[in-house]
Design a protein around this ligand. Structure first.
Ligand code: PEP
Ligand code: MN
Length: 289
């Protein structure tokens, strides 16, 4: 990998901890034998929300069989309507821990409230900061005081500078295990839930040593778009994917329309494996740094 681009960093990246000026080599976030940012892309999958013991155990088991490396699932859900399913809360965290024991998959789950950081950190392997909280500075500082990986999702109207400066809040508190996630932004485009801004992937990788993954589920809102945009994300240098998956997607209590089935996930994994083999063969072409 070449780091010659460090001479062309934007002014706002000067003297930041996220920049390649501070650290030329890629940050690798390690979880057991999983390496995020360390070569092969990491595939995270699971339902939008943890719904029941049966649902999360079945999902974790099947995903493991098909090659997912981590399990996602929301226990505290940021819903547009206060009348929509809000997640199972602590019960959801307990079910995630049960699914981790049963499957061996580490779990990533969202923390929405500063008051819940300690509780979520007891159960989660990776704490997710959702799009709506990307600039919740007290929450960023609170997860910055942890010594556990944080998955920071891009705000739906955040610039590149704002996104990386939010990561800086976490780094500045001494937590260097930050994984960035592009999840789509609001634009005038109305054929999909969001516009998946893949431009930001090579842009982030040039400026920052932090790993960046892509969420093609929230990024599109449509399950038909998940496979093509997953492959597109890998092509532009994403170091992982986070994909909403459910054994019966149409019955999902949240984000059903963008959730893929286990069979769909299995096919996608096959395509990912072919694509990654090709990409490794042509590493010099697809390395965006
Ligand atoms: C999610 O991952 O379920 C979620 C709510 O994502 P975002 O914060 O990107 O909308
Ligand atoms: Mn969701």
């Amino acid at each position: 990998m070449s780091h010659s681009a460090t001479a062309h960093l934007p002014g706002w990246a000067a003297n930041t901890l996220f920049s390649r000026q501070h650290q030329p080599a890629d940050t690798v976030v390690a979880l057991g034998d999983i390496r995020i940012g360390g070569g092969r892309p990491v595939i995270i999958a699971g339902p939008c929300s943890v719904e029941s013991e049966a649902q999360i155990l079945e999902t974790a088991h099947l995903l493991r069989t098909h090659g997912a490396q981590m399990l996602r699932g929301g226990a505290f859900k940021p819903r547009t309507s206060p009348y929509s399913f809000q997640g199972l809360g602590q019960k959801g965290l307990e079910l995630l821990a049960m699914a981790r024991s049963a499957s061996g998959l580490p779990v990533v789950t969202e923390v929405m409230d500063t008051a819940d950081v300690g509780l979520v950190a007891e159960y989660a392997d990776v704490l997710q900061i959702g799009s709506r909280n990307m600039q919740n500075f007290p929450l960023l500082k609170a997860v910055g005081r942890l010594r556990k990986p944080v998955l920071l999702k891009r705000g739906m109207a955040a610039t590149l500078e704002e996104f990386l400066m939010s990561a800086e809040y976490i780094l500045a508190e001494g937590n260097f295990q930050v994984i960035l996630c592009e999840r789509g932004i609001r634009t005038f485009s109305d054929y999909a839930r969001n516009t998946l801004d893949l431009n930001i992937v090579p842009a982030v990788r040039r400026i920052s040593h932090l790993p960046i993954i892509v969420d093609p589920s929230h990024g599109t809102g449509h399950r038909e778009l998940v496979t093509p945009m997953s492959l597109a994300a890998l092509a532009c240098g994403a170091q992982g994917l986070i994909i909403e998956t459910h054994p019966r997607p149409d019955t999902a209590l949240s984000d059903a329309g963008q959730t893929i089935s286990i069979e769909h996930f299995a096919q996608l994994m096959e395509q990912i494996n072919h694509f990654v083999a090709w990409q490794q063969h042509y590493a010099d072409i697809t390395d965006p740094t």
